[in-house]
Design a protein around this ligand. Sequence first.
Ligand code: FAD
Ligand code: PHB
Length: 390
Amino acid sequence: MRTQVAIVGAGPAGLVLAHLLARTGIESVVIESRDRDYVERRIRAGVLEQGTVDLLHELGLDERLRREGMVHRGIELRFDGERHRIPLSDLTGGRAITVYGQQEVVKDLIKARLEAGGQILFEAEAASVEQPVSDRPVVRFRQSGELYDLECDFVAGCDGSHGVCLGAIPANSLTVYQKDYPVAWLGILAEVAPSTEELIYAYHERGFALHSMRTPHLSRLYLQCRPDERLEDWSDRRIWDELQRRFALEGWSLAEGPIIDRSITPMRSVIHEPMQYGRLLLAGDAAHIVPATGAKGLNLAVSDVRVLADALAEWYRTGDDSLLDAYSQTCLRRVWRVEHFSWWMTSLVHRFDEDGPFEHQLHLAHLRYLCGSTAASTSLAENYVGLETA
Ligand code: FAD
Ligand code: PHB
């Protein structure tokens, strides 16, 4: 088999890349280890930055997103029995975020790609990337027990944080920056109308909690827990009791409903530098992870592949490889900006084991300043909706 760009992974990075390449007439094959149903059901991100929504619109992939996505023009910060609204749109010249499940984005992208005759091979697991430093790299993959070679001009490693593409880069060619935060999120999806119109980030002495949503009938909620906690130790009653405590506010109540999905996600930051090795280019979670607090992972994956698609288009059009050579450096500017914002948000709203009364007061002072100062809330808002240039 042969194609121009072999894309490993049918997550947001791989699928958006396939669409961007098709727009400029570049052929690709997407190789995905899971089946279609699995990738379309996997519950993950929910917040799309303005730039991500604009790109999906440009690609003509926003028909359902426009109908079902929920545009949010503000978020709430809740602490010390008070609530404060950060008016995102007022502070950013009208920009906003859209709440629309990642699995819905993935569904839309897969459907449109297949309808356009694009190739996505499901249950095809990449085993290795051969000869990345040559002009004929190969992705070796396994499907139905058989091994196949996909020859190509370039390999896009969009295979997430547990993929194989990163492993094709020798360790001595990589610098790895990593931080494991001593906190995790227990996330639930519940069949109950959201108790709020806008997302609520709550700082509480018992730990952070987040109220998000997926549809007018589905709530997505998170509560801070320890990374080593086990889901079995959290009964539905314990989860709701803890959420009730952390969101408690006079005159407001949290509606409960059946929990239909639950998971624990540790908060961590990882960056691999550089994001390229010969003709292998990493994008999205394969190259970097951000803690979920800033709602940035999916959006960063989309930014990477936008840079990558432009660089590949230039190479195919003119043979000029300067944009490709600069790929990693261009992406990493935004990656580090977003890593900083996500680290800052994580530090702001979580309660850490070593925190005593002093740190608690500092958290409250910081939150009050954010809510009371236009300069401080503008900084939060412009990062949250996504910076146009980083
Ligand atoms: P992935 O979505 O992980 O896709 C990689 C794909 O590669 C997968 O389909 C995988 O099956 C496939 N694959 C792996 N190995 C192989 C192989 N060997 N061969 C073939 N295929 C392979 N981000 C936000 O922006 N906003 C949020 O609100 C947000 N919330 C989150 C909440 C949770 C609970 C979690 C876990 C993540 C959240 N994120 C959020 C992060 C976001 O989901 C990820 O950053 C995003 O999925 C990255 O996209 P990706 O395409 O790089 O990787
Ligand atoms: C989500 O809806 O899943 C979500 C929202 C905001 C975040 C993280 C996750 O910061």
